[in-house]
Ligand binder design. Sequence first.
Ligand code: ZN
Length: 316
Amino acid sequence: MAHTRLWGGIEAGGTKINCAIATASTTSSRSSRSPSGPALPQILAETRIATTTPAETIAQIVHFFQVYQQRVGPLETIGLASFGPVDLHLSSPTYGYVLDTPKPGWRHIDLLGGLGRSLQLPIVLDTDVNAAALGEHRWGAAQGLDTFLYLTVGTGIGGGAMVNGKLLHGLLHPEMGHILLRQDVSQDPFPGGCPFHGNCLEGLASGSAIAARWGKPADQLPPEHPAWALEAEYLAQAIATFTFTLSPERIILGGGIMHQQHLFPLVHRLARAKLETYLAVPQVLEQIDRYIVPPLLGDQAGILGAIALAQEGSGG
Ligand code: ZN
């Protein structure tokens, strides 16, 4: 293993944190799902840690990487794909801090510094959704594209974007879950669940919103339940807004809610209807099912994205 290149990945979410160590794959382990693209990295070790207090959680992450490095050898870099909001500005005094999160105890916590001081390794930071976008760009559904979105629809909703070949940061980073939508309260009187905005996209269409509106978690609602047509309508509105704003070449919809496969055809139909009268391009008119797609990396998009961040940071 002396010359094996090793990278670490941290997918830090509000309820759990996935950590992994990976090496470059040989071509023999090339992914059968993307036969023309580069081989997926090989995951050598993985662990899942509950997100509790910052001190306890950071100590557990550090322990995982230290034990592995003592046994096998040093990592080159670690990619940290963090829940937000997080400060991504290198020149900022609070670079790497978790900002105004509603997660108790995590407001203004120096996540990057806490890890970096203990691990003494270069750590490449981005949002969890930007990292997932990067993973899909390297190995998944966005190979060969340079402007696309990755939207996760789970307990919350967030979006990452690559624009002209670069992950989009801007003022802070995109907060695509918090755009405002048009709500027909005669059809949907639910006030919305976002603590900041009420009926924003996340407030109306996240897994939490679905559970609060219908009194049952999404995975207990059958495909014919009216929840799904409503969900598709909100996602289609958001997709139209993002498409008109950023002109993505593809939109990847991941996250737990999108495990409901029957949701995709509904979203395709409604999104096409909102786009086609103005955006008469083949991707919309003829190939909407190739324009709005699930992540090719599935639920591995997040952790593989963190590994992709690490590899970018080491020129690998
Ligand atoms: Zn909101």
